[in-house]
Design a protein around this ligand. Structure first.
Ligand SMILES: [Zn+2]
Ligand SMILES: [Zn+2]
Length: 389
């Protein structure tokens, strides 16, 4: 891919910065160093900076000319609480913390775009560069919205980007419709009556009830949800009894898990279906069940108009290498909270082949620096085409 000369000239700086951020990863809401670097570089570029949205979040605003349209571009800055096992010159210096999702790359792509656009000024309108904290399950996007992100920085459209191994670095996927699933948590507590393991008839055994519940759980996806609608329900935690007391039936079994869907109806069906199964199981075994379903992150569903605009920019940059068909992910991204406040589009930028099979959240994962140029050019082109005056 041929890059505009000044983006090409910035690549060594951006690559060094990406590797520096990789070496100093920070967890959600703790991105003190990262957000300070972001704010300083935006200010040095002449971008107006607002700090402290959602704790460590930063918004850079660039208003050029008299164009009325306003768009937001999102990059997430946080790392994950996991060790880095790969040996590389810029490997994590923070034990138990690493950039295993490539957010170091996302941060640098958006900074590179801001630096270029502040120099070229080749658009008319307002662009908000949104650097969000805590995408990885800690609720950074929601916090920024609650801190008034869209009241203080109104957006007519908002865009997000994530790196994707398996696509080449000169490829991008821009697809209308569902991109990422809702990500909700559920908990079931079965309350029986503990007793001697030799005399189960004198108590009410919650463990057998829990086993029955877990065995039936997948019938929700198999028998309740429309077969043409994706859905996932997984039990991910079971706590009961004590392995040192194998003659004691406990009082309580606690089960927790996740539920995923792409449309509101299926999300509702999962919420009520798990409840029905838990409560019905409890009745069957003569015990009690408590149930809680926490709606954490809505699905990310690309808006048709925003997706068409992102696709036009992608075609200008990636030409024939644009993919308009790409399977959605059952992961979640709290970009959904931004896309709930303005028409949104989320795209997948190629990260090259999965090196040694390492995918997102693997201890050997790494953002591919070959994607910096194409990614910066995509953001820049989107702004220039969207805000053409
Ligand atoms: Zn991630
Ligand atoms: Zn991620």
């Amino acid at each position: 891919m041929i890059l505009p000369p000044d983006i090409a000239a910035d690549l060594p700086f951006l690559t060094d910065l990406r590797q520096d951020l990789h070496a100093y990863p920070e967890l959600g809401f703790e991105e003190v160093r990262t957000s300070a670097i972001v704010a300083r570089l935006l200010e040095e570029a002449g971008v107006t900076v607002t700090r402290g949205l959602g704790g460590t979040g930063v918004v850079g605003t660039l208003k050029i000319g008299d164009g009325a349209r306003r768009i937001g571009l999102r990059a997430d800055m946080d790392a994950l609480a996991m060790p880095e096992t790969a040996d590389r010159p810029y490997r994590s210096t923070v034990p138990g913390t690493m950039h295993a999702c490539g957010h170091d790359g996302h941060t640098v792509l958006l900074l590179g775009a801001a630096r270029h656009l502040a120099r070229s000024r080749a658009f008319s309108g307002t662009v908000h560069f949104i650097f969000q904290p805590a995408e990885e399950g800690r609720g950074g996007a929601r916090r920024m919205v609650e801190d008034g992100l869209f009241d203080r920085f109104p957006c007519d459209a908002v865009y997000g980007l994530h790196n994707m191994p398996g696509l080449q670095t000169d490829e991008i996927a821009v697809v209308a419709g569902p991109q990422l699933a809702s990500s909700d948590s559920w908990r079931v507590t079965f309350r029986g009556t503990g007793t001697h393991g030799a005399k189960p008839h004198l108590g009410r055994d919650p463990i057998t009830a829990a086993a029955s519940f877990l065995a039936a759980l997948q019938t929700l996806v198999g028998r309740v949800i429309d077969p043409l609608q994706p859905a996932v329900v997984s039990a991910c935690s079971v706590q009961a009894g004590d392995p040192r007391a194998l003659n004691v039936i406990p009082d309580v079994v606690e089960i927790g898990g996740t539920a995923r869907a792409y449309v509101p109806e299926v999300r509702d069906q999962l919420e009520t279906g798990i409840r029905q199964l838990a409560e019905g199981t409890a009745v069957m075994f003569g015990i009690a069940a408590d149930y809680a379903f926490e709606r954490r992150i809505p699905p990310v569903v690309n808006d048709a108009d925003a997706a068409a605009r992102a696709l036009a920019a992608a075609r200008s940059v990636f030409g024939e290498k644009v993919r308009t068909a790409f399977p959605p992910s059952t992961a979640g991204d709290d970009f959904a909270f931004f896309a709930g406040r303005a028409p949104g589009c989320y795209v997948w930028l190629g990260n090259g082949p999965a090196v040694d099979g390492a995918l997102h959240h693997n201890t050997a994962y790494d953002f591919n620096d070959d994607a910096i140029g194409p990614g910066v050019r995509f953001w820049v082109t989107l702004v220039e085409q969207e805000l053409h005056g």
